[in-house]
Design a protein around this ligand. Structure first.
Ligand SMILES: C[C@@](CO)(OP(=O)(O)O)[C@H](O)COP(=O)(O)OP(=O)(O)OC[C@H]1O[C@@H](n2ccc(N)nc2=O)[C@H](O)[C@@H]1O
Ligand SMILES: Nc1ncnc2c1ncn2[C@@H]1O[C@H](COP(=O)(O)OP(=O)(O)O)[C@@H](O)[C@H]1O
Length: 310
């Protein structure tokens, strides 16, 4: 006799990386986090995260970065699944399988992206029916930029980066990312930023209206002039070669360049897809980056895709 009930099929969610178009870092708060004003853009470097019911909680990581991502309890995606289960009184464990293509510890929020994808996937697998707002609240418990990876597109982040507001952005932008061999630790880069500032008083960050205007034009030449990152001097202080990489990209024709978040990935904004190909070839030839990848932004946040058939 067949049962009327069958286990739900695994759910796969595709999730983008991010770049900060503007990252203004204010003073350190009592809880150790820094007050931020940032503008995130989701870009088309993706991880795919699949959740499936299993006898026990587990995680596996696949792809070129598998060796440098923990697959145990510290994996942020597995932590996301367990947090959501605890908060919603679910007691059916899942296995989380990550096909990782977002650079690790690169300032592109790869771990946060996997956590965001897992929340969206588990919501579907467990038929929780949570709203985007509810998922973003759980996301904020996992990390400052996890909520943005659920939302995607282009958005402003305040607080420690977790409070999101929409931004009116026109057009589609072409990016080239120069990815380093070895990652940088986000807390170390914030600490270096504090050390470089010393005793200089730091005001609360105020969003730059010229960036908002630039995003409304849809013109990459205009946007390129507004790219800003207060963590860039800290990232360059820890990795002086990033300064040279930025200069090379601009010399090879990028409209603008900026360290992505806490680095060490460097993001170059270019005019169009041909310029992206040219810059990718030129930067690859220098050997100054482990890998050079093209992407477009903005793209959607974490979203369910049809299951892979292997
Ligand atoms: C720098 C940014 C820019 O978007 O991204 P990444 O470059 O790491 O991707 C973010 O602020 C990173 O966000 P996320 O990676 O989620 O950081 P969290 O897990 O919340 O915090 C990790 C650590 O970073 C520092 N931190 C983070 C956010 C913040 N507003 N102030 C901080 O000082 C703290 O030392 C904290 O313990
Ligand atoms: N699912 C995950 N993907 C990537 N890194 C993870 C994950 N879970 C935990 N980590 C850890 O988080 C650290 C930060 O990774 P990541 O989010 O890629 O960088 P960044 O904060 O620079 O954007 C890594 O060094 C890794 O050890």
């Amino acid at each position: 006799m067949t049962s009327a009930y069958s286990d739900p099929a695994p759910v796969t969610v595709r999730v983008p990386a991010k770049v900060n178009l503007e990252l203004l870092v204010g003073p350190a708060r009592d809880d150790g986090f820094h007050t931020l004003s940032t503008v995130y853009q989701a870009v088309s470097l993706h991880d795919d995260v699949t959740v499936a019911l299993d006898d026990d909680w587990g995680c596996s990581v696949h792809g070129p970065y598998a060796d440098v991502v923990p697959s145990g309890a510290s994996n942020l995606a597995l932590r996301a699944a367990r947090l959501l289960a605890d908060e919603t009184a679910i007691d059916t464990p899942v296995h989380v399988s990550i096909v990782k293509s977002i650079p690790v510890a690169g300032g592109m929020a790869g771990g946060s992206a996997d956590a965001a994808a897992t929340l969206v996937a588990c919501d579907r697998l467990w038929s929780l029916g949570l709203s985007t707002e509810e998922l973003e609240e759980y996301a904020a418990e996992l990390g400052s930029d996890v909520p943005f990876l659920i939302r995607g597109g282009t958005a402003m982040g305040s607080g420690r980066g977790e409070r999101l507001a929409p931004v009116l952005a026109r057009g589609s932008y072409h990016w080239v990312f120069a990815i380093s061999d070895i990652g940088l630790s986000t807390p170390e880069v914030y600490a270096e930023c504090d050390a470089l500032r010393g005793d200089t008083p730091v005001p609360d960050p105020v969003p730059n209206p010229e960036l908002m205007s630039a995003l409304r034009t849809g013109d990459p030449h205009v946007l390129a002039r507004q790219l800003t990152n207060d963590l860039q001097p800290a990232a360059i202080s820890l990795r002086p070669e990033l300064g040279e990489l930025l200069k090379s990209g601009l010399a090879f024709g990028a409209l603008g360049g900026v360290v992505s978040g806490s680095g060490p990935t460097v993001a170059f904004l270019v005019e169009d897809v041909e310029a992206a190909i040219d810059l990718t070839v030129a930067l690859t030839a220098t050997g100054a980056a482990r890998e050079v990848r093209k992407a477009v932004g903005p793209v959607h946040g974490a979203h369910v895709i049809p299951a892979r058939v292997d």
